[in-house]
Design a protein around this ligand. Structure first.
Ligand SMILES: Nc1ncnc2c1ncn2[C@@H]1O[C@H](COP(=O)(O)OP(=O)(O)OP(=O)(O)O)[C@@H](O)[C@H]1O
Ligand SMILES: [Mg+2]
Length: 134
């Protein structure tokens, strides 16, 4: 069960900052520690930054989730950008098609418990990630 608590359109750096702050607030409300709040916010800003960089615009949905015995946070990122041809390669540390470090996707994946990318070239990309309260 997921109740979407925040929906943030992503068009500029200001929106990335807002998504970061919103994810931290939701994580705080769910009961995550301050450290975990920062880790979640860091993952969110990396993936939101990719939306700006590669797709120019998109959106972020942040939800508190209740898996029955455990609670957590779920963040979904949607864009209608160029898509990712090889998701396995994109997730490799150091792989970049820009001048980045190629650490955004692998870094975010490491910080979260669940991390899924769905993408179609020419159509867009969806990233869904979750972290559960220990
Ligand atoms: N939303 C997206 N749409 C299209 N391609 C993407 C998207 N997000 C990531 N990619 C592709 O995946 C590659 C790896 O992304 P990642 O965030 O790991 O590194 P980076 O953005 O290149 O560098 P860094 O994030 O370290 O500054 C990108 O270079 C890009 O080719
Ligand atoms: Mg990146």
């Amino acid at each position: 069960m997921a109740a979407v608590t925040r929906h943030i359109p992503i068009r500029s750096d200001v929106d990335v900052v807002e998504a970061r702050a919103a994810s931290r607030e939701v994580a705080n409300r769910v009961g995550f520690s301050g450290i975990d709040q920062v880790l979640i916010a860091t993952a969110v800003s990396e993936i939101a930054r990719n939306i700006i960089e590669y797709a120019r615009a998109g959106e972020v949905l942040i939800s508190a989730i209740d898996g029955g015995r455990r609670k957590g946070v779920e963040i979904i990122f949607l864009d209608e950008g160029p898509g990712i041809a090889d998701i396995t390669q994109a997730l490799e540390a150091g792989f970049t098609t820009s001048r980045g470090l190629g650490m955004g996707l692998p870094g975010a994946r490491r910080l979260m418990d669940e991390f899924d990318i769905a993408s179609r070239v020419g159509r867009g990309t969806t990233v869904k990630m979750r972290k559960w309260l220990a």
